[in-house]
Design a protein around this ligand. Sequence first.
Ligand SMILES: *Cc1c(COP(=O)(O)O)cnc(C)c1O
Length: 360
Amino acid sequence: MARVYNFSAGPAVLPEDVLTACAEEMLDYNHSGMSVMEMSHRSKVYDDIIKEAESDLRRLMDIPDNYKVLFLQGGASQQFAMIPMNLMKNKKAAYIITGEWSKKAWQEAQIYGEAVAVASSADESFSYIPDCADLDIPADADYLYICENNTIYGTKYKKLPNTKGHTLVSDVSSCFLSEPVDVKEYGIIFGGVQKNIGPAGVVIVIIREDLVPQECLPGTPTMLKYSTHVKADSLYNTPPAYGIYVCGKVFKWLLKNGGLTAMKEYNEKKAAILYDFLDESKLFNGVVRKEDRSLMNVCFNTGSKELDDQFVKESKAAGLDNLKGYRTVGGMRASIYNAMPLAGVEKLVEFMKDFEERNK
Ligand SMILES: *Cc1c(COP(=O)(O)O)cnc(C)c1O
């Protein structure tokens, strides 16, 4: 067996301990005589799995009691519609555009009401986070929407926007559980788990209780109402049962390894190794504004398409996989999520140094 260092942006690397534990339990979970994949989501044994996953997540993120935790399907992209359908009472919302994902969310919201772009970093290819200290947010906007870590462009909000009293909705798909957050600052925190938590197929929504509406926009399907899933504790219909089980294992792995404070330290250490090298390299360029750099997705290039392609090819052969940048952006991107070991980042930087030496 030869595992590579997998720098994929998502689906992405998972902790080896978790994969091993899942393999060990594959045929017989906890003396149930069956795999978690084979059991009823209404069984006692599965109920324990989903309840424990929720309570471990609550512990990890210190989620206050007045927030609901939902395990849903449809990916982060389905939330782009679900959010306006559930929250747009005034048919108006404010969006900050910092990349493809916030742009998609903003466009989707326009189907349901007036979605106002109150800030954007499109003018410089999304290489920075706009100043959000004093935005012109319409007074009757139902919420302010951000994408907190921009997976494709490699930027991250280091400070949340001044919402001026509006509800903050944040897509944290690619920074979920990478560092401590103050849940109280948000109305909704959501993300697909396939970036930093678990296998594709699960999206986690953390929503403040009072935002779960009695009534959604007319025509909202039952499955797209938060209230449906809140009432049923994420068991209205068959949930992505196996995926939730794997997420639960990752939560336990995080708790065992010191929780989100320790994870932040580890992530900062890993990212610094890479960014410090980019700052001194004569061949490789970091592409985002320094103060807005993501700890999770590190984007860089050589300035030459041929060299970039060569780098991607040679790094793959060296066991450093999935370093190609997003299809519309080009260059390279190293996604160094929680489960990427320090040794993987060190090996990448060693390889980059060697590549630079060979391509002076
Ligand atoms: C990957 C990603 C998405 C899309 O997620 P899906 O689960 O594929 O819908 C949305 N937002 C961000 C920040 C992402 O990284």
